[in-house]
Write a protein that binds this ligand. Structure first.
Ligand SMILES: *[C@@H]1O[C@H](CO)[C@@H](O)[C@H](O)[C@H]1NC(C)=O
Ligand SMILES: *[C@@H]1O[C@H](CO)[C@@H](O)[C@H](O)[C@H]1NC(C)=O
Ligand SMILES: *[C@@H]1O[C@H](CO)[C@@H](O)[C@H](O)[C@H]1NC(C)=O
Ligand SMILES: *[C@@H]1O[C@H](CO)[C@@H](O)[C@H](O)[C@H]1NC(C)=O
Ligand SMILES: *[C@@H]1O[C@H](CO)[C@@H](O)[C@H](O)[C@H]1NC(C)=O
Ligand SMILES: *[C@@H]1O[C@H](CO)[C@@H](O)[C@H](O)[C@H]1NC(C)=O
Ligand SMILES: *[C@@H]1O[C@H](CO)[C@@H](O)[C@H](O)[C@H]1NC(C)=O
Ligand SMILES: *[C@@H]1O[C@H](CO)[C@@H](O)[C@H](O)[C@H]1NC(C)=O
Length: 798
C-alpha cells in the first residue's frame, strides 16, 4: 500500500515537472534555428527533414528540436527516424602502425596512430588516444655551428681535439650518427666588420678574411674529417660585439639539402658562441633594409645574401625551427647564458647550456643536452582557433591523467600515453575550412599524427547530390531548391514553399520585416510562429485548446493570471485573451476573482456605500484614513474616535447572558441579536471590537462584536464576569487598631529599655569614681570652706 502511494507521488511529480518544461519551449535553443546547418551547430539539436512537417491544419512546426521531442509525444506530428538529421562524431583510423625501431630499410615509428579521420560536431569533444615512444637506435644528426671570431680560437682548437670523442660518445647512443660543421662571423659591411681594405684581407694577425656564414662540412659519417675540418677552419675578426649568428642559424635550418639533414633523424643544431647576436632591424645600421625571407641561399657552402638581407627575427627562427623539427642547443659562455636562456624559451625545442671558456666541456654539454632532449616529449599541434586541442597524460606516473602536453624522464622504448581532447568551438565562415588537416607532433621530431578533420557545420542534405537536396522541386512550387525539407526560393519568390511573389508592397530586401514586432529585435513572430509571405503563422500547440495568435504571435490564451490553479478563476469567471483576463459580467479584478457588485459594501440598514467613508473594492470596503486614524468596521461605519456599539449592545448582553442590568426579563426579546457565550472573548480580526463594562456589583464583563456574512451583528460574550473579592471591614479596622497599639507598645518598650540602659551606665560610672576617690577620710567631701578667693581679671597686679 505504501509502495503504491509512493509510486503515485512520484508519477505526479514527474508529470508536474513536464508541464512547465513544455511552457518554456521558448527557452529551447533549437526552436529558433531556421536551417539544418544552423541547427546541428547547436548542441543537442536535431533537424527534421521530413516533407510536409506540419500539423494536420497546415501550420508549420519548428524543424529544429531535441531528438527526443521528435520521437516523443509532445509534438502533434512525429518526425520519422530516417528524416531526423542528428550527426554525431565519427572516427576512423586510417593508419595505425606499431611503435617500432628502424629495421631493414623501414623507418622507425615513434607515434601511433599515424592517420585518422574524424567528423566532429560543434562542442562535442572527442578523446583521441595516442602513444609515443622514443625508438631505440634512432638516427642522430648533429651540426656544429661555431662562432669563428678571434676570441673563439682556443675553442676551435679544443673542439678539433674533442671531435673524435664527441663522435664516439654519440655513437654509443646510436649506431647511426652523423656530424657536420659550419662557422660564421658577421655581415661584411660597416659597422659590423671593418671595411678598410687591409682589414678586409686580414682583420687580425693570422686571421682569414671575414665572411657571413660558411657551411664547412655537411653532415657525414666521416668523423675524422670533422676533426680535420675544424682544425683547418681559420678564425676571422669583426668590429662590434654581437655576431651574425642568426643568419647562420637560419641557413643551417632551412638548407636541408646542403646541410644534408635526414628526414627521419633527431636533428641537433649546436650553436656555440661567446658573444651576443644581431637580430632583425640591426641590418639598418649597415644600410640593409630588405627583410630576411627565410629561404636557403647557399652557394658552394657560402651564404650569398649576407649583405642583401637583414638578420632574421626571433619568431622567424622559431617558425623555421618548428617547420624543420630541429633541436637547437645554445652552447654559450657563462656571461652570455642568461640571454640565450631567454632566447631558448622563445624557440620551440631549444635548450641553452654553459660552455667553458675554451670549450673543453663541449662533449659533456652535448651529451647532457641530448639526454635532456631525448628524455622529454612535448606534443604540439597546428590547430586553428576553431578547434581546441587539450592534452592529458599521466606520463610515467601511472596515476590519473592530468592536463599536460609534456612528459619528462623518458627512456628509450618507454611508451607514454596521451589523450588529446579535440573539440570544435566554432564554424569557420569559409566552408572550405570545414575540412581541415590537423597535425599533432612531438616537438623536434619529424613524425606526426595527421588528423583529417571534418567539422559538421552543414548537413549533407544541404549539398547537391545528396538525398534531401532537390533543385526546382515541386514541393517548392518549382521555383526553389528543397534542402533538408525546407525551400530555398529563387530571387522572385519567398515563403515556406516559395508561394509568395515579390511584389512592391512587400519589402523585397527584408521580407521578414512584417514578422518582427519592432525594429529592435531579430526574433521573428516571438519565436512562436513561422514567417510566411511577410506574415506570421503561429505554431500550433500540443493541446488543441491552447491557441497562439496575434500579428506577431504575441498573444495566447494560456498564460494569464490564475487563481487557485484556475486560469482567470475558471471559465465561469472569465477567459484569457492575449495574456489578460477578460471577465464575464458580474466579475472583475485582474484574475476575475472579484464580484463586480457594491451590494456587499452597503450597510444592512441601507445607506451609502461603505458608509461614505471608504471604497468598495472587490466586494469589501477599504476605509479611508483621517488625522485621528482609520475608519473601521465592515462598512467603515466606525469613526476612529467613536465609542462604537459597545454602549448600545451593553444592555442586551447583560440582560441575555447575565440576566441583570437595565433590561429585565421579557424586554430582552427586543434585542436584535443573540449573543454567543465563549470562554474568552478576544477580537479575531480588525473589524471586531472589544467592549468591557462594570455592572452594579462592580463585576467586569467583556464581549466582542462584529458582523456576519450578511451584515448582521455577531456578539461573543465571555461566560464569566471578573468580580472584585469581598472585603472583611471589621477585620481591617481591628487589624489597623491592633497594629497601631502594637507599634505604640513597642515604642514604649524601646524607650524604657534605653532609659534603663542609661541609668545603669551612670550608676556604674558613679561607683567607679567613688572607688577611685582618695580623699582624707576626715574630710567631708561635701564640706566647703566658708572663704573663697576671687581674682580680678582687670587688676594688673601693680
Ligand atoms: C505534401 O503535401 C502536398 C500538398 O499538400 C501533397 O501533394 C503531398 O502528397 C504531401 N506529401 C507527403 C509526403 O505527405
Ligand atoms: C661507450 O659505451 C661503452 C659501454 O657501454 C663504454 O665502455 C665506453 O666508455 C663508452 N664510450 C664513451 C666514449 O662514452
Ligand atoms: C619529414 O619526413 C618526410 C618523410 O617522412 C619528408 O617528406 C619531409 O620533408 C620531412 N620534413 C622535414 C621538415 O624535413
Ligand atoms: C598505455 O596504454 C596501454 C594500452 O592502453 C597500457 O597497456 C599501458 O599500461 C599504458 N601505459 C601507461 C604508462 O599508462
Ligand atoms: C597543419 O599541418 C599540416 C602538415 O604540415 C598541413 O597540411 C595543414 O594544412 C596544417 N593545418 C593547419 C590548420 O594549418
Ligand atoms: C502580390 O502578388 C500576388 C500575385 O502576384 C497577389 O496575389 C497578391 O495580392 C499581391 N500582394 C500584394 C500585397 O499586392
Ligand atoms: C525603428 O523604427 C522607428 C519608427 O518606425 C524609427 O524612428 C527608428 O529610427 C527605427 N530604428 C532603427 C534602428 O531602425
Ligand atoms: C419592547 O417592545 C415592546 C413592543 O414591541 C414595547 O412595548 C416595549 O416598550 C419595548 N421595550 C423596550 C425596553 O424598548
Amino acid at each position: 500500500m505504501k509502495l503504491l502511494l509512493l509510486f503515485v507521488c512520484l508519477c505526479s511529480l514527474v508529470y508536474c515537472q513536464r508541464q512547465p518544461a513544455d511552457l518554456l519551449a521558448s527557452s529551447n535553443p533549437c526552436i529558433s534555428k531556421q536551417s539544418c546547418g544552423e541547427c546541428i551547430r547547436t548542441p543537442t539539436c536535431a533537424w527534421c527533414s521530413q516533407p510536409n512537417f506540419t500539423t494536420p491544419d497546415g501550420s508549420a512546426i519548428p524543424r529544429c528540436n531535441q531528438e527526443s521531442r521528435y520521437l516523443g509525444y509532445q509534438l502533434p506530428v512525429r518526425c520519422e527516424l530516417p528524416y531526423i538529421v542528428n550527426p554525431g562524431s565519427e572516427y576512423f583510423v586510417r593508419q595505425d602502425m606499431m611503435l617500432t625501431r628502424a629495421i631493414e630499410g623501414k623507418e622507425a615509428v615513434q607515434i601511433r596512430p599515424q592517420r585518422i579521420s574524424l567528423k566532429l560536431r560543434l562542442y562535442e569533444a572527442y578523446d583521441l588516444f595516442l602513444q609515443y615512444a622514443q625508438a631505440e637506435d634512432y638516427p642522430v644528426d648533429l651540426y656544429y655551428l661555431m662562432d669563428l671570431s678571434k676570441s673563439m680560437e682556443d675553442d676551435k682548437d679544443k673542439l678539433s681535439e674533442l671531435g673524435l670523442l664527441l663522435a664516439e660518445r654519440m655513437q654509443n647512443i646510436t649506431s647511426n650518427f652523423r656530424l657536420g660543421f659550419g662557422s660564421f662571423v658577421d655581415k661584411v659591411v660597416m659597422p659590423y666588420v671593418s671595411t678598410v681594405p687591409a682589414n678586409l684581407r686580414e682583420p687580425c694577425p693570422g686571421c682569414a678574411a671575414p665572411y657571413g656564414y660558411h657551411n664547412v662540412m655537411p653532415l657525414s659519417l666521416d668523423t675524422y674529417r670533422f676533426a680535420n675540418q675544424v682544425k683547418r677552419a681559420a678564425v676571422s675578426g669583426n668590429l662590434d660585439a654581437p655576431e651574425g649568428g642568426f643568419d647562420a642559424i637560419m641557413q643551417a635550418v632551412v638548407c636541408k639539402e646542403q646541410i644534408a639533414w635526414r628526414d627521419r633523424a633527431r636533428r641537433l643544431l649546436v650553436f656555440s658562441t661567446d658573444a651576443g647576436f644581431h637580430y632583425a632591424g640591426d641590418g639598418k645600421l649597415g644600410g640593409i633594409v630588405k627583410p630576411n625571407d627565410g629561404k636557403c641561399h647557399l652557394e658552394n657552402g657560402q651564404y650569398t645574401h649576407s649583405t642583401i638581407q637583414d638578420y632574421p627575427s626571433v619568431s622567424q627562427i622559431n617558425q623555421k625551427v618548428k617547420e624543420n623539427s630541429i633541436n637547437l642547443i645554445f652552447a654559450v659562455t657563462a656571461d652570455q647564458l642568461p640571454v640565450y636562456e631567454q632566447l631558448s624559451n622563445q624557440v620551440e625545442g631549444a635548450f641553452a647550456g654553459k660552455l667553458d671558456q675554451d670549450s673543453s666541456n663541449v662533449v659533456e654539454l652535448v651529451k647532457e643536452q641530448y639526454d635532456k632532449i631525448s628524455s622529454f616529449v612535448e606534443l604540439k599541434d597546428n590547430a586553428t582557433s576553431h578547434v581546441r586541442v587539450t592534452y592529458f597524460s599521466s606520463c610515467l606516473s601511472g596515476g590519473a591523467p592530468v592536463q599536460t602536453n609534456k612528459c619528462d624522464g623518458l627512456k628509450v622504448g618507454t611508451v607514454v600515453n596521451f589523450t588529446a581532447k579535440i573539440e570544435a568551438v566554432s564554424c569557420p565562415t569559409d566552408p572550405r575550412e570545414w575540412n581541415q588537416l590537423l597535425q599533432i607532433y612531438p616537438v623536434g621530431i619529424n613524425e606526426s599524427l595527421i588528423l583529417d578533420l571534418e567539422l559538421l557545420c552543414s548537413c549533407d542534405c544541404e549539398k547537391p547530390g545528396n538525398n534531401g537536396y532537390k533543385e526546382e522541386a515541386e514541393e517548392c512550387n518549382g521555383v526553389g531548391t528543397l534542402k533538408c525539407g525546407v525551400c530555398d526560393c529563387d530571387d522572385t519568390h519567398f515563403g515556406r514553399v516559395c508561394e509568395c511573389d515579390n511584389n512592391d508592397s512587400i519589402n523585397v530586401v527584408d521580407s521578414e520585416a512584417g514578422c518582427r514586432p519592432d525594429n529592435t529585435t531579430d526574433i521573428l513572430c516571438n519565436d512562436r510562429g513561422a514567417c510566411v509571405c511577410g506574415e506570421c503563422q503561429c505554431y500550433a500547440r500540443p493541446n488543441p485548446l491552447e491557441v497562439v495568435s496575434g500579428p506577431y504571435c504575441e498573444c495566447d490564451n494560456f498564460l494569464c493570471e490564475n487563481n487557485n490553479g484556475l486560469l482567470c478563476s475558471g471559465p465561469d469567471h472569465g477567459t484569457c485573451v492575449c495574456g489578460e483576463c477578460q471577465c464575464l459580467p458580474g466579475w472583475t479584478g485582474s484574475d476575475c476573482s472579484c464580484r463586480d457588485t457594491i451590494d456587499t459594501c452597503i450597510p444592512p440598514g441601507g445607506g451609502e456605500v461603505c458608509s461614505g467613508k471608504g471604497e468598495c473594492i472587490c466586494g469589501t470596503c477599504e476605509c479611508v484614513e483621517n488625522e485621528q486614524g482609520r475608519y473601521s468596521g465592515k462598512y467603515c461605519e466606525e469613526c476612529p474616535t467613536c465609542p462604537g456599539k459597545c454602549l448600545e449592545y451593553k444592555a442586551c448582553v447583560q440582560c441575555q447572558v447575565f440576566n441583570s442590568g437595565e433590561l429585565k426579563g421579557d424586554d430582552c426579546r427586543n434585542c436584535t441579536f443573540v449573543p454567543i457565550s465563549v470562554d474568552v472573548a478576544q477580537p479575531e480580526n480588525d473589524d471586531e471590537k472589544l467592549c468591557s463594562f462594570y455592572d452594579d456589583d462592580n463585576c467586569r464583563f467583556t464581549f466582542v462584536y462584529g458582523y456576519g456574512e450578511n451584515g448582521e451583528p455577531v456578539v461573543r460574550v465571555q461566560k464569566t464576569k471578573e468580580c472584585p473579592p469581598i472585603l472583611d471591614i471589621l477585620g481591617i479596622v481591628l487589624g489597623v487598631v491592633g497594629a497601631i497599639v502594637a507599634v505604640g507598645f513597642a515604642l514604649l518598650l524601646i524607650w524604657k529599655f534605653l532609659t534603663v540602659l542609661h541609668d545603669r551606665r551612670e550608676f556604674a560610672r558613679f561607683e567607679k569614681e567613688r572607688q577611685m576617690a582618695k580623699w582624707d577620710t576626715g574630710e567631708n567631701p561635701i564640706y566647703k570652706q566658708a572663704t573663697s578667693t576671687f581674682k580680678n581679671p582687670t587688676y594688673g597686679g601693680k
